[in-house]
Write a protein that binds this ligand. Structure first.
Ligand SMILES: NC(=O)c1ccc[n+]([C@@H]2O[C@H](COP(=O)([O-])OP(=O)(O)OC[C@H]3O[C@@H](n4cnc5c(N)ncnc54)[C@H](OP(=O)(O)O)[C@@H]3O)[C@@H](O)[C@H]2O)c1
Length: 337
């Protein structure tokens, strides 16, 4: 057991769900601490029926902490992870900063749990849009080897944190009231709109979010040959990312076989009855830890192609749940030694 645990970025959108999950899942610990920036230090938050004061994240704050789940912006994670390691604290990190470091395992517990045990003090949790896609690719890859993926995402505003959630409401209210609204978190107004850019321009016309989906998929599945062509789009949905995924496999996988493979995979749930209007949608996946798959069909344009629709709660399985599951893996391993 890790005696003293901490959430770094405890006041954020993901941090709030981590707090809820640690309490719900009765994560074993003796003491818990909550760290954030100077802005929130001194404010109070609730955990398991008790009130705690948020502490400022400083190098000294990590003394005595055995395990930290970090959920901060990338530059903050770059700064605090060495402080935590120096203090002997193991970190499960949600940010993008450490994911592609070759010494840092990038883990989805249902996909590559064994990688977690190779850690050297820090384990990364993948990008939210990557996690749900890779969960669905894993059984197809094992059964028929995935060669190529074309994915279009429909990403919720909560993917941009507390400020993204707030901006959807404020911009929508302003649009309905015919008032001007200045976009801050997003590059353009998100109200009644779609924005085909998530992250910064990275390379060859792709954004940073899209390149994450390419590189993280290969790292988690341990196969550098998988080709991924993503288009990431911000949509005016409050929570849950949706993805339209087209997969080309080396061996043909029929829609029927895919349905069986998905249904037999822990963490996935098939909702696929087009005739009766049953498929996953953000509104019916919100608050769930499962990744939902529907609209499973064979590609009409390519012999070994399979198309499907995938929805997952980005704040839960795309972030908080995955990180807490990684922490639980470490706890179980420590208990087994
Ligand atoms: N949202 C998602 O769906 C999602 C999914 C997967 C991964 N992630 C990643 O998870 C991380 C957090 O995302 P989020 O959506 O929860 O963002 P958020 O709502 O903006 O929360 C950010 C958290 O980081 C803290 N923070 C900011 N600057 C800090 C500093 N200088 N020192 C200490 N703490 C600081 C904030 O504390 P204050 O309240 O004091 O500002 C807040 O607790 C990001 O790296 C994001 O890319 C997010």
């Amino acid at each position: 057991m890790f005696e003293t645990i901490a959430i770094v970025g405890a006041t954020g959108a993901v941090g709030g769900i981590i707090r809820k999950l640690l309490a719900e899942r009765k994560f074993p610990h003796k003491q818990i601490r909550f760290l954030a920036s100077k802005r929130s230090a001194g404010t109070t938050i609730e955990f398991a029926g008790k009130t705690y004061t948020v502490e400022e994240m400083t190098p000294e704050a990590f003394r005595g902490i055995d395990l930290a789940i970090g959920s901060t912006p990338d530059p903050v994670a770059k700064e605090f992870v060495p402080w935590a390691k120096e203090a002997g604290c193991v970190v499960v990190d949600e940010s993008g900063f450490w994911r592609m470091d070759p010494t840092v395992p990038l883990v989805i517990p249902e996909v590559n749990p064994e990688a977690a045990f190779t850690h050297q003090g820090v384990i990364a949790s993948p990008n939210c849009s990557t996690t749900q896609m890779v969960q669905s690719l894993k059984p197809l890859h094992d059964a028929g080897r995935v060669r190529r993926v074309i994915v279009s995402t429909y990403q919720a505003t909560s993917g941009a944190g507390v400020e993204g959630q707030r901006e959807l409401i404020e911009a929508s209210r302003a649009a309905l009231d015919d008032q001007a609204h200045q976009a801050k978190t997003f590059a353009h107004s998100i109200a009644f709109n779609l924005i085909p850019q998530i992250g910064s321009h990275k390379q060859d016309g792709y954004t940073s979010e899209e390149i994450k989906m390419v590189l993280e998929t290969r790292k988690i599945l341990g196969d550098e040959s998988i080709q991924v062509c993503p288009t990431c789009v911000r949509v005016p949905v409050s929570n849950c990312h949706s993805e339209s995924i087209l997969v080309e496999t080396e061996r043909k996988i029929t829609a029927e076989e895919a349905r069986e493979l998905f249904a037999a995979t822990p963490g996935l749930k098939v909702v696929d009855d087009l005739a009766n209007g049953q498929y996953p949608m953000p509104n019916n996946c919100d608050g769930d830890d499962t990744t939902f798959i529907g609209r499973i069909r064979e590609d009409l344009s390519c012999e070994n192609g399979l198309a499907f629709w995938c929805v997952s709660d980005n704040l839960r399985k795309g972030a908080a749940t995955n990180a807490v599951q990684i922490a639980e893996l470490l706890t179980r391993n420590a208990a087994a030694v």
